[in-house]
Design a protein around this ligand. Structure first.
Ligand SMILES: *Cc1c(COP(=O)(O)O)cnc(C)c1O
Length: 366
């Protein structure tokens, strides 16, 4: 338990679950006991009833609009988080023994590879290992398998602080992306992908909710041993009514979609996210006290990962930061150091406060 001694506003830099827009939380509080004269909370509504179905449809429509999802793609609101999709993806898309391409760009792509390797054969088409995961392999270094079932990327490596700022060319092979930590942070060419999936807790809403966007022709019958509730096709054909969906989480995600539209949409968010992360990287690069090792071209705009030049000071850095209301800056355990997650909901004032703290801490301990 962190005790905050500061009277300054609190900023939550957690990687996930992460910060939510305050306006969304306020609206949810206002509507908690009764949603729009329906006589009940969204949490109490039968999921197949008219009212909840309208909430869900609105959320889907708003998401489709925000991202420009083409008509031949389905949007599914599923359960289980991104880690469940690591297995469900091969189970839904391919027969046993099929070959797939995966790019290994950091912690989360290695997790995806480890889980999927129980279901399909994996060719690591590109790997950042040789460069210590400090950069995304450039297209020239990729070795794609002709006829692979799909090619999987992790668009933003949450633990390592790397992101794709381009898309690999995979020809006829469907490109599949785990976008858990940068979904809705920037505009997206959905038509370049076969499947996009994202757990909600980083940049969308409550944990558990998982969004899958899939091109119609990939909605194949899942392998027979796949639980029906986890069959993309069953879920698409039943319009999410096969089993009880995460009704309250869908409602909150819908509020986030509306909030994003009020902000001006994803190009406005992309510009905010670029500006917030650029000033933080500039502060890090401008000081000998802090080090960001990732290649400048591939840096994440969502998760800014860095180290103190003197690693022994990291504990003190984190302690003083939390006292001042700058919370959850600890790096992923697999990577160490410091990580500032700057999702859509992080206001620029939070980044400014963190930068001021970086300078002050360095001055005190230089
Ligand atoms: C957090 C994260 C996951 C895991 O999400 P769960 O909901 O815990 O399964 C997977 N991929 C990426 C890129 C993540 O950031």
């Amino acid at each position: 338990m962190v005790c905050i001694s500061s009277s300054e506003p609190v900023f939550n830099f957690a990687a996930g679950p992460g910060m939510m827009p305050r306006d969304v939380l306020r609206q949810a509080r206002e509507e908690l006991l009764e949603w729009q004269r329906s006589g009940m909370s969204v949490m109490e509504m039968p999921f197949s009833g008219e009212v909840f179905q309208a909430i869900q449809q609105q959320a889907q429509q708003d998401l489709r609009e925000l991202l420009g999802v083409p008509a031949d793609y389905r949007i599914l609101f599923l359960q289980g988080g991104a880690s469940a999709q690591f297995a469900l993806l091969p189970m839904n898309l391919l027969p046993a023994g099929a070959t797939t391409d995966y790019a290994d760009t950091g912690h989360w792509s290695r997790k995806a590879i480890a889980e999927a390797s129980r279901y399909v054969r994996i060719n690591v088409a590109a790997s950042g290992a040789a460069r210590d995961y400090r950069q995304i392999p450039t297209q020239a270094d990729w070795q794609l398998t002709p006829g692979a079932g799909y090619c999987h990327i992790t668009s933003n490596e949450t633990a390592d602080g790397l992101a794709y700022h381009w898309l690999p060319e995979t020809g006829e092979v469907p490109l599949v992306a785990d976008m858990t930590s940068d979904f809705l942070s920037r505009p997206l060419a959905v038509e370049r992908f076969g499947v996009i999936y994202a757990g909600a807790q980083k940049n969308i809403g409550p944990a558990g909710l998982t969004i899958v966007i899939i091109r119609d022709d990939l909605l194949r019958p899942a392998r027979p041993e796949t639980p029906s509730a986890f069959s993309y096709r069953v879920q698409a054909e039943s319009n999410g009514r096969f089993n009880t969906p995460l009704t309250y989480a869908v409602y909150i995600a819908g509020l986030v979609f509306q909030w994003l539209k009020r902000q001006g949409g994803l190009s406005v968010m992309a510009e905010c996210n670029r500006r917030k992360s650029a000033k933080l990287y500039e502060a890090i690069d401008g000081s000998d006290f802090y080090l960001c090792r990732s290649c400048a071209l591939d840096r994440s705009r969502m998760n800014v990962c860095f180290h103190l030049a003197d690693d022994a000071l990291t504990g003190e850095f984190l302690r003083q930061a939390s006292e001042q209301g700058l919370l959850h800056l600890k790096g992923h355990p697999a990577v160490g150091g410091v990580r500032a997650s700057l999702y859509n909901a992080m206001p620029e004032a939070g980044v400014d406060a963190l930068i001021a703290f970086l300078h002050a801490f360095a001055a005190r301990h230089a």
